[in-house]
Design a protein around this ligand. Sequence first.
Ligand code: ADP
Ligand code: MG
Ligand code: MG
Length: 198
Amino acid sequence: MRDTDFFRRWMAAAAAAVEREANRLTELDSPIGDADHGSNLLRGFTAVRAALEAEPPATPAAVLGLAGRTLISTVGGASGPLYGTLLRRTGKELGDAAEVSDEDVRKALDAGVTAVAALGGAAAGDKTMLDALLPGVAALGTSYRAAAEAAEAGAAATVPMLARKGRASYLGERSIGHQDPGATSSALLLAALAEAAG
Ligand code: ADP
Ligand code: MG
Ligand code: MG
């Protein structure tokens, strides 16, 4: 079973990964975006870390709800509401349980990713964060490590894609040949989950 501390460790590992990779995320957002993805997420996850320390939540759902609300209120870019929705919706699915099973986590994340797709109107192959999140969550039934690897492969697979959503879509054919920054950060998020699972 996974307790509240597991979700706190997930968010702490995500914050650390974003801190480590912020420059790379911003560099990826430079040819096909506005060069702010790393700084957006760094601001967001720094605030998440501070919020979780200021008022330690009592349940898994409360950790993800607080983290999601914090991302929505601190990240200006498209990724803020999308990641905020992912975490809030995932948290909501977990209800008020003090401990949840890995199958609960899988189902909740599946609902979270569905909510991201509904909010952004994107689907698989549109060269967005969903191209890492969808294969990642599909592999959660195997293990957290498999999910992280599938998300990483999904992010790499965005390189030849033509962007159909978000800023990169304004570039049309010129979006081809670059890895999507949001898919890259989604792979970091699932790698952080695997790290928390140990
Ligand atoms: P902005 O584009 O507003 O500057 P960010 O740079 O923080 O925001 O985030 C860009 C990332 O957000 C993209 O790389 C993509 O993965 C993701 N994204 C943008 N629009 C959508 C959408 N409609 N659906 C899913 N993901 C999206
Ligand atoms: Mg950007
Ligand atoms: Mg921006």
